[in-house]
Design a protein. Structure first.
Length: 144
């Protein structure tokens, strides 16, 4: 669990300062998370912020506001990036691989070609097929 002094951990809400459903503007959220509004917008463009259901205001602009749950989610992402020393783009791609089986398969195949990943274990039917082929080859050699 994150330490209270950790800048990625949102500070506990002050119940006397706001209502139960209070939401913070991006500048206040960035300050609480120890980052900048620009970085939060970048993370949003990568799909690393929780989806918002807020409707556009004014001239169609949507001014994102962050709930306590949003802050905890973003803080968890920041902690993953620190723990594994990865950039936000790498975390976004990891999430994409988990969500898209075809992408995961292509990355796995590349890892196998590099020799960094072992091929998946053979299935039982593959083993039986190989066994039958070996027996047939042995019989054909013995028949010669």
């Amino acid at each position: 669990m994150a330490d209270a002094a950790d800048p990625a951990s949102p500070a506990p809400a002050d119940p006397s300062a706001s209502g139960a459903g209070a939401r913070l503007p991006i500048s206040a959220a960035a300050e609480r998370l120890g980052t900048s509004p620009r970085m939060l917008r970048y993370r949003e463009s990568l799909g690393l912020l929780p989806a918002t259901k807020e409707r556009p205001t004014g001239r169609g602009h949507r001014h994102r506001r962050f709930s306590e749950a949003d802050l905890r989610t973003v803080a968890a992402g920041l902690e993953l990036e620190r723990a594994y020393d990865i950039a936000p783009g790498a975390l976004a791609f990891a999430l994409r691989m988990l969500a898209e089986p075809a992408t995961l398969a292509r990355v796995r195949a590349y890892g196998e070609r590099l020799g960094r990943l072992a091929p998946p274990p053979a299935r039982a039917m593959d083993f039986e097929k190989q066994k039958a082929l070996r027996l047939l080859q042995q019989r054909s050699r013995d028949a010669r």
